[in-house]
Write a protein of this length. Structure first.
Length: 278
């Protein structure tokens, strides 16, 4: 936010991949997301889950949208409680040392603008692993593609988006712990799994990776998951907070909209709080 001739001006991060990763026209996008969510609700057993955190993929919607929707569909029961989303994803275009805040007041999508939780941003901006990089956020799709799903499922909420570069599991977990909150805070980690293997090879790698995530093993490599850094941070924090992981969906682009010679893996997980913390 800045002042111009006495007027307060909001700074907005504009969509970078609307019309490419998902439809750029508001009503078509709204319909696309609703269809994905309805299909997911019909196919998954939410088991009364009340997720504290989810892991979702970030490819174009024709490729990974059905998998992402399986995690977002599990949020419906909590939609009125969730008021803040802490969203972490890996950087693909601009290098970052640490975790980058966006330095803007709002994120725009074709469905409308989402306010950034500037108070929460202020609470972490002095941590040594946190930086501000508008440049890192401007082209980054790993965070952007999650926003229309969040807008479709949740009511009014504030967003705290972090573009994650070079950081340790401990550094990511420290930031998550600072932002953990209660039922009002949802943590979303954006990551695909293996990249560009033949179909059967990818399946074997991704099944093993999924098992490591279910074991809360925070030693994933970037070959296993492009968002390995934020995923590892969540897995460490999940152990500290006694969260229980659930695998909701595991597929790859050969199952959805691509050929099987070279595929990208996608998974959706939810993490729920256990009844005890002892």
């Amino acid at each position: 936010m800045f002042y111009y001739w006495g007027f307060v001006m909001s700074t907005v991060r504009q969509p970078a991949v609307a019309g490419a990763f998902y439809h750029g026209q508001k009503q078509v996008l709204a319909n696309d997301v609703q269809t994905l969510l309805e299909q997911a609700r019909a196919n998954i057993d939410a088991r009364g889950l009340a997720p504290k955190a989810i892991i979702v993929p970030h490819a174009g919607y024709i490729y990974s949208g059905p998998v992402a929707a399986s995690a977002y569909a599990s949020l419906y029961a909590e939609r009125d409680k969730i008021k803040r989303v802490v969203l972490l994803g890996p950087v693909h275009r601009v290098a970052v040392l640490g975790l980058a805040l966006p330095g803007v007041d709002e994120f725009a999508t074709p469905l409308g603008n989402i306010p950034v939780d500037t108070e929460a941003a202020a609470a972490i901006e002095n941590m040594p692993q946190v930086v501000v990089s508008t440049a890192a956020h401007a082209p980054e799709h790993s965070l952007e593609v999650q926003l229309p799903f969040l807008q479709a499922v949740l009511g009014d909420f504030k967003l705290l988006p972090l573009a994650v570069g070079n950081a340790t599991s401990e550094e990511v977990a420290q930031v998550l712990n600072e932002l953990w909150g209660g039922d009002e805070t949802l943590i979303v980690i954006s990551s695909d799994l293996s990249h560009f293997h033949p179909y059967e090879t990818a399946q074997a790698i991704d099944i093993e990776t999924a098992q490591e995530i279910l074991n809360l093993d925070n030693t994933l490599t970037h070959e296993q998951a492009c968002g390995g850094t934020p995923v590892n941070g969540l897995l460490l924090a999940a152990r500290q907070h006694h969260l229980r992981p659930h695998l909701l969906d595991l597929r790859n682009s050969g199952d959805t909209a691509g050929d099987k010679a070279s595929v990208v893996g996608y998974a959706a997980f939810s993490f729920t709080e256990t009844d005890h913390a002892h």
